[in-house]
Design a protein around this ligand. Structure first.
Ligand code: ADP
Length: 166
């Protein structure tokens, strides 16, 4: 495996994402972390790129040197072609993830022959999602143990502004 692309929303990046990035980096020469430029995200594309760029500094310099954070709109396979990625990386947490990812990986392979490699989430992150992080912060609870330490204050400050009214 040479160049890989890890696409996602990362809205916001979590410790689950960072663990997949770290493990994927050990398997390839270069890893593009591709932030989906979607409209319906709480954090802007620029903010998510900035958060990921900060969070990956927590990894070893060996891993960090292999990483590039980019954004994309449209299909992940088109982005993969643009950066000459040999394969896609996705994380799998639960059987529910598998059902969705199976469909997506099959469609991607049908379109461009690209392979998707799946990394199983470690048990401590198997229930962690960006949605859960947004929910916790919206009730004013800090996010230690859920998002990378280096971005926790920024993520909490933004998300805790949306405390739901009773
Ligand atoms: P979400 O919004 O569901 O957190 P993303 O679109 O940002 O997810 O996900 C990008 C990729 O990261 C997907 O392959 C997803 O399965 C994976 N992922 C998300 N959270 C985790 C986690 N806690 N552990 C492992 N993989 C994860």
């Amino acid at each position: 495996m040479k160049t890989a692309l890890y696409p996602g929303k990362f809205d916001p990046p979590t410790l689950g994402h960072l663990e997949i990035i770290s493990r994927a980096a050990s398997l390839c020469d270069q890893l593009y972390i591709a932030v989906f430029d979607g409209k319906k995200c709480r954090f802007s594309t620029e903010e998510r790129i900035q958060l990921l760029s900060l969070a990956i500094q927590e990894l070893t310099s060996e891993a960090c040197n292999k990483l590039r954070v980019i954004s994309f709109s449209g299909l992940a396979v088109e982005c993969a072609a643009q950066v000459h990625a040999d394969c896609l990386i996705r994380g799998l947490r639960t059987p529910h993830d598998f059902i969705i990812e199976h469909q997506m990986a099959s469609a991607n392979r049908q379109m461009t022959q690209i392979e998707t490699f799946f990394l199983l989430s470690s048990p401590q992150y198997a229930q962690l999602s960006a949605t859960l992080v947004k929910e916790i912060a919206s009730y004013g609870k800090h996010l230690e143990g859920f998002v990378p330490q280096s971005i926790e204050p920024i993520v909490f400050a933004k998300l805790s502004k949306f405390i739901p009214s009773s």
